[in-house]
Structure formats: C-alpha cells, structure tokens
Design a protein around this ligand. Structure first.
Ligand code: NAP
Length: 294
C-alpha cells in the first residue's frame, strides 16, 4: 500500500483565498483593515526570511503590515517598550515577535508584555490557558494547521490513539490539547520516553515534532496510520547545496502509513496562512464583530 499524500500546500491555498475574501468583506462592510506587526531583534538570516514572508503574505491579503527591525544588542527594556507601543496602537491587531531572541532578552518577559488579544502566535500564558480550558479564540498556527488537515483527510478522530512526539510550547503542547479536544486518546512523548518505537506502533495518528531528520522509521508506523511530520531540518544535498526534510523517514513510512504529510508541502505550508487567519480573527474580536467561519 502507498500512503495518501496530504497536500498541505493545496489546502493552504484554499484557506488563503477564504482569508482574502473575508478581509475584503471586513473592509467593505466595516472599514476595518487587519494590521499585523512583526518585530525582529538581530539579523539571523532564517528569521529575516520568515519575517519577510509574513509581511509579504499580509500585504498580498490586503492587510496593513508593519515591520520593526531592532539591532541585536537591543536591551530587554527597549524590546518591551516596542511591544507596549504596538499593544497601544489601534491599527495593529496582531503582533509577532520573531523567536529566537538574543540572550539578553527573555522570551518569557516579551510574552508577558504582549497583549493576549494581539498574540496571533498564541504563545502567551493567557492563550495557552484558554486552550486548555477549551475557550481559545487564537490558536497556535501550526497545531491549528494539523487539525485542519486531519479534519480534511481523516474526518472524525474520536477514540483514535494519537501520539505527539515533542512537547514544545510552540507545537507539541497545543497540538496535544487540540487532539484531546477532538476526542482522541493522546500520548505525549519526548526525549525521556521509553521505547518510542513501541509507542509509535500503537498510534493511529503519529505526530513528529522533534527537529531530527529521518528520526521516525517506517517500521515504527502502524499500518494505515496517519503520519503528521512537523519537522523542518536542513540536510546536506551535496555540491554545497542543502534540502529540507522532516522528522520522519518518508521513503519507508510511505509504504506503511495510510496518509502522510510531505516535507516540504505538508503541515508547514499551513502555518503562515493560519497566522493571517488569526490576525483576521483578532481584528474582528477587537472590533466587537463575530469571527468569520473559516
Ligand atoms: P523543540 O522546542 O525544538 O523541541 C524538540 C522536542 O523534541 C522536545 O520536546 C524534545 O524532548 C523532543 N525530542 C528531542 N529528541 C528526542 C528524542 N530522541 N526522542 C523523543 N523526543 C525527542 O520543538 P519544536 O519547536 O516544536 O520544533 C520541532 C520541529 O518542528 C523542528 O524541526 C521545527 O523546525 C519544526 N516546526 C515546524 C513548524 C512549521 O511547520 N511551521 C512549526 C513549529 C516547529 P525534550 O522536551 O525532552 O527535550
């Protein structure tokens, strides 16, 4: 059997069109233009690319886009002041402070400064707590993309065994909460878990968010399982080139899984568009309007 390929890119294109349509409607009916502000401290090349892509996507969807580049030696006090001025700016509905931050700036201090209503990455303790309580309106972008793809490709996951490998605040923990809310039986694994292959073999939904290329082997996958590969790893492709691969040994998993997300073009493709969806949701909530059903 060869697994179905979960086409995150095509799904993201459809979602993007819906966000664009709802953005146009918000402007036409209420005169509101969603505003996304990005803050980059330092000049990490990968972060520069991410932030630039976010700004470009926001503009393409008709948002107002604001960008602030701060030097790598900016003090924590200055970064917090920048965040506070964006909290106070009514034209800004979503704020994204690109991580990682230089070591003199604590991520926890920045997140504590951020207005949870504008926290479109859903990383603040308020939004993490609302997710656990089942009352979240802004949900972490990549886990949200995972749930959308599962809904599209698997449907009802009630009673299924889901294994999430990785327990980050950014992905693993919110992903487990969302799977639990969708009535899966959820197990979380991490670097101290015992016998990971055996845990994997019980999973109807196997989610890998580890950051290690080809870590999950095909013979760990339960036949017919849905495999969600969140990893983004740069590996040498010879001749001074590199390529992006996931955490799952795709070539072996594809012969055993029922469905699998490729890397690239799988789960990662949905992240930026969910950031835009969150900014649109934040703009509606801050204006006292209902959230669009997208
Ligand atoms: P992270 O903070 O990098 O942490 C990695 C997690 O993997 C930790 O929980 C760690 O366990 C676990 N781990 C490490 N080695 C392990 C092992 N040998 N066995 C089992 N678990 C192990 O996690 P992250 O930020 O979620 O990132 C994970 C990967 O997903 C990265 O490749 C990242 O680039 C990618 N990612 C992609 C997107 C996207 O598509 N847009 C978004 C988020 C993340 P401990 O907690 O015990 O250390």
């Amino acid at each position: 059997m060869t697994a179905r390929i979960i086409d995150g890119k095509a799904f993201a294109a459809g979602l993007r069109a819906k966000v664009q349509e709802e953005t146009a409607r918000l402007k036409a009916e209420h005169g509101i233009v969603p505003g996304l502000a990005t803050v980059l401290v330092g000049n990490d090349p990968a972060s520069e690319v991410y932030v630039r892509n976010k700004g470009k996507t926001a503009e393409a969807l008709g948002f107002n886009s604001f960008h602030f580049s701060l030097p790598s030696d900016t003090s924590e006090v200055e970064v917090l002041a920048r965040v506070q001025s964006l909290n106070d700016n009514k034209a800004v509905h979503g704020i994204l402070v690109q991580m990682p931050l230089p070591k003199q700036v604590r991520e926890s201090a920045v997140l504590d400064q951020l207005d949870p209503a504008k926290d479109v990455d859903a990383l603040t303790t308020v939004n993490a707590g609302l997710l656990v309580s089942g009352r979240a309106q802004l949900i972490s972008c990549t886990p949200m993309g995972m749930m959308m793809l599962l809904k599209e490709y698997v449907g009802d996951i009630t009673g299924m065994n889901a294994l999430v490998i990785g327990r980050s605040l950014l992905f693993g923990k919110p992903a487990a909460q969302l799977l639990l809310a969708a009535n899966a039986t959820v197990t979380m694994a991490h670097s101290r878990s015992r016998d990971l292959p055996a845990l994997c073999r019980q999973a109807d939904i196997l989610v890998a968010a580890i950051g290690k290329p080809f870590f999950v082997k095909g013979d760990w996958v339960k036949p017919g399982a849905t495999v969600i590969d969140v990893g983004i790893n740069r590996v040498d492709a010879g001749e001074g080139k590199y390529k992006i691969v996931g955490d799952v040994d795709y070539d072996s998993a594809i012969n055993i899984a029922g469905a699998v997300t490729p890397v690239p073009g799988g789960i990662g493709a949905t992240t930026i568009v969910n950031l835009m969806r969150n900014t649109l949701i934040a703009a509606c909530l801050q204006s006292g309007l209902n959230i669009p059903a997208i």
